[in-house]
Design a protein around this ligand. Structure first.
Ligand code: NAD
Length: 300
């Protein structure tokens, strides 16, 4: 008999992730508030339940892939949630949420006699569609080991980062560095252009010099040098500005909680928050280049 996985949150990430679990041979029961998300999941072989409680009933694993930590805590704190689940069910939250919220979620599970782990992902929508996500996992060794088969149905790498919340800690530290490096690459392009350099020439130098990084050579913010980067598709698809702004805000909050300055992280948070507020929330975060070019009076 196949293992039953309940999947709560069938959006841009949860939809393809749950579809990959079906392909990997799991029996997947899903639920989402959105009619459209439910219909798409059903078409990919997910058994759609009428509500959360019906979805989790009988499942060996309960995965949540929800927008924010508050959504996750609301689901976990609903008095009918844990009693509807098997006592031996393992709870896996793959949403990106605050470290202390991940620890609160694990504590809610523990108080109900259940076990939870945090398992946020990197790899974006492309990784979700192609089952190539990396999972950064926080929790007890034995629980991480028992979730491995399910996680490998949706990704190619599972890294056990430590105790509860440490998966989220790894995720937001990584994304803080990513946000800072994208700001630095966008600023470097704008300055290069202001100094009269051809952006293509600057790319050729920087991509083989010490400024080389993912933000430059994979997600290059100017159209041209890297054909697959979102800059060549008017910044559609890719990693949304609203999401990097959310992750950088989580990093700043986490830094506050442990009294760490992270000044560049906070500046990057400000840049991307403003960019999202100015209407670029759904565009790839490398579109910051367009805003910085405008500010600097560089023609696109
Ligand atoms: P999304 O908004 O597309 O999907 C979230 C889904 O949750 C929506 O369909 C919504 O209807 C549903 N939902 C909300 N509350 C619910 C509830 N109580 N019960 C059932 N369904 C509910 O978001 P997404 O892009 O899939 O992202 C999900 C999480 O993954 C976020 O925490 C995000 O930060 C993280 N993440 C996203 C990406 C990305 O590239 N999109 C990459 C890595 C991590």
């Amino acid at each position: 008999m196949s293992t039953t996985v309940a999947f709560i949150g069938l959006g841009q990430m949860g939809g393809p992730m749950s579809a990959n679990l079906v392909k990997a041979g799991f029996d997947v029961v899903g639920y989402d508030l959105s009619d459209q998300a439910r219909a798409l999941a059903e078409a990919s072989g997910v058994r759609v339940a009428p509500d959360v409680v019906a979805a989790v009933n009988g499942a060996e694993f309960v995965i949540t892939m929800l927008p924010t930590g508050q959504h996750v805590l609301d689901v976990y704190a609903d008095p009918s949630f844990f009693p509807a689940t098997r006592p031996d069910a393992l709870f896996v939250d793959s949403s990106t949420i605050a470290v202390d919220q991940a620890r609160s979620a694990a504590e809610l599970a523990r108080a109900a006699g259940r076990t939870a782990i945090d398992a946020p992902v990197s790899g974006g929508i492309f990784g979700a569609q192609n089952a190539t996500l990396t999972f950064m996992v926080g929790g007890d060794e034995a629980d991480v080991a028992s979730a491995k088969g399910v996680l490998e149905g949706m990704g190619k790498r599972v890294v056990h980062c430590g105790g509860h919340g440490s998966g989220q800690a790894a995720k937001i530290c990584n994304n803080m560095a990513l946000g800072i490096s994208m700001v630095s690459i966008c600023e470097a392009f704008v300055l290069a252009e202001k100094l009269g350099l051809d952006p293509q020439v600057f790319y050729e130098v920087a991509s083989t010099s010490s400024a080389q990084c993912w933000a430059l050579t994979t997600n290059c913010p100017i159209p041209g040098p890297v054909p697959a980067s979102p800059a060549n598709r008017d910044y559609q698809g890719g990693f949304a500005t609203a999401l990097i702004a959310k992750d950088l805000a989580l990093a700043s909050d986490a830094a506050d909680s442990v009294g760490t300055a992270t000044e560049f992280g906070r500046l990057a948070a400000k840049y991307f928050r403003q960019h999202a507020d100015n209407g670029a929330g759904k565009l790839d975060f490398s579109s910051l280049l367009v805003a910085l070019r405008e500010q600097a009076g560089v023609e696109s």
